[in-house]
Each structure stands twice: as C-alpha cells, then as structure tokens.
Write a protein that binds this ligand. Structure first.
Ligand code: ZN
Ligand code: ZN
Length: 339
C-alpha cells in the first residue's frame, strides 16, 4: 500500500510499504478521508518528527477487517478514527480523556496515521459515523470539536458574547460553534482580508484589524461597555495572546485554543483585579466528537463548506509545503475513494 512517510534526510514522501494486518485486538481501517491539521503543519515546520512516522489524525474510513477478540466494531462499519484515553485515570473517568497521560494518539509518531491507504487502530479508537453523514464530513470532526471544546471549557452560554482572536481554521470553528450556540455578539480580530471574509461568512458580527487604532472603542461598539464574556485565542501567536490578556474585561474567561510556544508576560495583579480566568483548551473529547457529528448530520452546523480542497495521497507532501504559507484554505483533505 501507499503511505506518506517522514524521513529525516529527505522529508515527506510517498512510499510503498506493507499493508498492515489486523492482529489480535486490532482494527484495520481503509482510509476514506484524512485532513491536514494545523498541528501536522506545526510538527512539520518545526521538524519534530521521528524517522519513518506517518502523519494524519483527522481520519474517517471503513473497517476492512478486525482481529481476534475485537467486539463492538465490525468489517464494513463507517468510523471516525480518533485518540482515546486509558479509561482508568481520573481524567478518563470524568470524560476528559483528552488530557489522559496515557492518551493513545494516532498519526503523531508512535502509531501510523491516516495519510496512507490503510491503518491499524484499536477498537476504542473508532467511533461510529451516523447514517447520513459523509466520511469526508466525519473527518472534519476533530477540528470542529476543538471549537466546541473551547466553548465548553469557558462554560459559554446562549446570549453571551465573545471575541475570537484569529480566523484561521480553528478560529472559524470557534465562530461556527458560537453562532450555533446563540452568541449575542461575535467579534473577531483578523488581519488577512480573505480570512476576514470567511469569519463574516461563518457568523462573525464584526471583524476588526488587531492593529487598528482605537480598537477598544470599536470593540465597545459591538460589546458595550462591559466587553465580551469570553475571549478565544485562536491564532497561536504571542502578540494575540498578549492582546487577549490585556483587553479581557472584568470577569472574562480566555481560552487558549491556538498553539503558541513563544512566551508572553503576565502581571498577576492585573488578572487578579479583573478576575480573569485563563484556560488552555487542548483538543476535544469523545463526547464532543459524537455531539459534533450529530450536529453535522442534522445540518445544525456547516461542514462541507469547510473543505476547500480535496487531494490524492500523492499530492499530500507538496500540499504540506503549500499550507505552510497558504492563508486561504480552511481544510484540505485527502479523498482516497468516493463512498
Ligand atoms: Zn488536528
Ligand atoms: Zn486515562
């Protein structure tokens, strides 16, 4: 079978490798769609990949075969493939398996991912895709659920207001979920014209240039004197994170949804006086993925509109390079076969 393999010497390339077999307790998946995620690009850009690894974690496919002792998943099942927790620790018991220390991820190094014809996973890494939901849509679940997760972490409620910093792929998912949840006002800061337009298309009431003079006055026009209830940092940059901390009004929560590895400075007294909560929002949970798939299936949130490009597996290495600088795509997915 074909797979996109990372080599320390030569980078990403398509290789012919042996097709895996579903051993005891394992499930063989025929990949239908796999999305290129910002976290894939983060690993690729920073060259923190191990030789021989196969990326791809936004995967949906069809079960080809199951190994001995597998129950609950059968050949022919349409499934979303996603990480799972140990099922034993306190985080798993609370449904927060996304922060389980034994979380078993797919496509980040240890376990080969979805940029391949086939992949082998565990039964509890498979979630059934509801009837009526395409596998291409199902492969969007990770991204959309990441937006949903952030809203849940700040306990966002209908009628509240929010500011999203950054309208890249993750920012758009936050905007989509805010609209779905009935936010009274959705503001967005974004510099790029293409992304400003996307933010408006998916539900932003107003989009601001983060560097514009009198930004605070413009925000006050949208949110009123008390400001937004929640801020979602989705750009993964230090300046935007710093800006979120500086502009958060009294009593607001800030969810850090973007991946920012640079440092920002915090004056604890200023958080203390404004009673600001800052929370890291890591990925999403299984329950949120199920909720998200049901939402897509019922048409409650947009889905296929997010897929801006469908490519063959052969095109993925070049696409990774392209996506490092492209600012117009929302989701690029492989299309391995048509359902
Ligand atoms: Zn992802
Ligand atoms: Zn656990």
């Amino acid at each position: 079978m074909k797979a996109m393999v990372w080599r320390n010497k030569t980078g990403l390339g398509i290789e012919e490798i042996p097709k895996p077999e579903a051993g005891p307790g394992r499930v063989l998946i025929k990949a239908a769609a796999c999305g290129i995620c910002g976290s894939d690009l983060f690993l690729y850009k920073n060259r923190v990949l191990t030789d021989g690894c196969i990326l791809g974690h936004e995967i949906a496919g069809v079960v080809e075969s199951v190994g001995e002792g597998v129950s609950g998943v059968a050949a022919g099942d349409r499934v979303l493939v996603r990480p799972c927790g140990c099922g034993q620790c306190k985080h798993c018991a609370r449904g927060n398996e996304n922060i389980c220390s034994q979380r078993r991820s797919i496509g980040f190094g240890a376990v080969p991912g979805g940029f391949a014809d086939y992949l082998c996973v565990e039964p509890d890494q498979c979630l059934p895709v509801p009837p009526g939901l395409g596998l291409d849509q199902a492969a969007l679940t990770d991204q959309l659920s990441t937006g949903l997760h952030a809203l849940k972490l700040v306990r966002f409620e209908p009628g509240q207001s929010a500011l999203a910093l950054g309208a890249g792929p993750i920012g758009l998912c936050v905007i989509i979920m805010l609209k779905h949840m009935g936010a009274a006002a959705i503001g967005v800061t974004e510099m790029l014209p293409e992304r400003k337009a996307l933010a408006e298309r998916f539900g932003a009431h107003a989009v601001f240039d983060p560097a514009q003079p009198k930004l605070n006055a413009s925000l006050a026009q949208l949110f009123g004197p008390d400001g937004p209830d929640a801020l979602f940092e989705c750009s993964g940059t230090a300046p935007a994170t710093q800006q979120a901390i500086a502009m958060a009004p009294r009593g607001a929560s800030i969810a850090l949804v973007g991946m920012c590895s640079a440092s920002v400075s915090i004056i604890p007294m200023s958080l203390f006086q404004r009673q600001i909560a800052i929370i890291g929002s890591f990925g999403n949970t299984q329950a949120e993925c199920i909720e998200c798939m049901d939402l897509m299936a019922s048409g409650g949130i947009p889905s296929r509109e997010l897929i801006t490009k469908r490519i063959a597996l052969d095109q993925v290495p070049a696409e990774f390079e392209l996506q490092l600088t492209s600012k117009t795509d929302i989701k690029v997915q492989t299309q391995m076969f048509e359902e």
